[in-house]
Design a protein around this ligand. Structure first.
Ligand SMILES: [Fe+2]
Ligand SMILES: [Fe+2]
Length: 227
């Protein structure tokens, strides 16, 4: 699932970044990827990907500064327009896959490495939640007219719990507290598991249905990706 090859452009002149990144991407086979490493926010490249290679790539930020940025860039196996459900469900599974690795590293008492992997989870889930709250939920509320007491109201409250639980796991790993890490990861997985099921079974399909056509759904996905 995760790319292992780094494309570090930090030692290249800025004028050469674009050709290095798009050259590397265009050489990928479907499903392959690399990790872009830069020292400035790579969002302008995301916008270039969206304009020049629409629907052909996955863009997952693993680290978002301030000194270093890392993005997992991958060529999609298909180039078809995506639904909200497809895009955000994939992100749930991508993030889920990090946790067993954190648990294994913490079990081996490799706390700095477990902390680094968990920081990628926090970065990814933090951005996922931001995208839901800033793009998906307002679009959903506007289309359906459901606000106070509706599904997005409940999801926003759960996001507060999820962020707090992520903070507890980070703190346990930072203090090499093995039993605290185990306990807090269990609590996080319980809350997150139920939250994700509700989103995947109800909210995402409702958002897709409300968006009506492929183009509107794909535009929503682009906006989610750009948060
Ligand atoms: Fe959520
Ligand atoms: Fe979600």
């Amino acid at each position: 699932m995760f790319a292992t090859r780094d494309l570090n452009v930090r030692n290249l002149p800025p004028a050469e970044h674009s050709s290095a990144i798009f050259g590397a991407f265009d050489a990928l086979k479907p499903g392959e990827g690399f990790i872009l490493v830069t020292d400035s926010d790579p969002k302008p490249f995301l916008l270039q990907f969206q304009a020049g290679r629409p629907g052909r790539f996955e863009w997952n930020v693993l680290e978002a500064g301030p000194a270093r940025f890392r993005v997992d860039i991958r060529r999609r196996a298909t180039e078809s327009p995506r639904s909200v459900t497809e895009y955000l469900e994939r992100d749930h599974r991508r993030l889920d896959a990090i946790i067993p690795e954190v648990e294994r590293l913490a079990g081996e008492r490799s706390f700095p490495e477990a902390g680094e992997r968990f920081a990628e989870f926090v970065c990814g889930l933090g951005r996922h939640i931001d995208a839901e709250e800033q793009v998906l939920f307002p679009a959903f509320e506007q289309i359906t007219g459901m606000t106070q007491g509706g599904p997005t109201y409940v999801m926003r409250a759960e996001h507060v719990d999820i962020r707090r639980l992520m903070g507890e796991v980070s703190a346990a790993l930072a203090t090499a507290d093995a039993s605290g890490a185990e306990r807090s990861i269990r609590g996080l997985l319980e809350t997150l598991g139920l939250h994700n099921i509700k989103e995947e079974r109800m909210l995402y399909p409702m958002a897709d249905q409300a968006a009506r056509d492929d183009q509107t759904r794909d535009d929503l996905v682009k906006r989610l990706q750009a948060v």
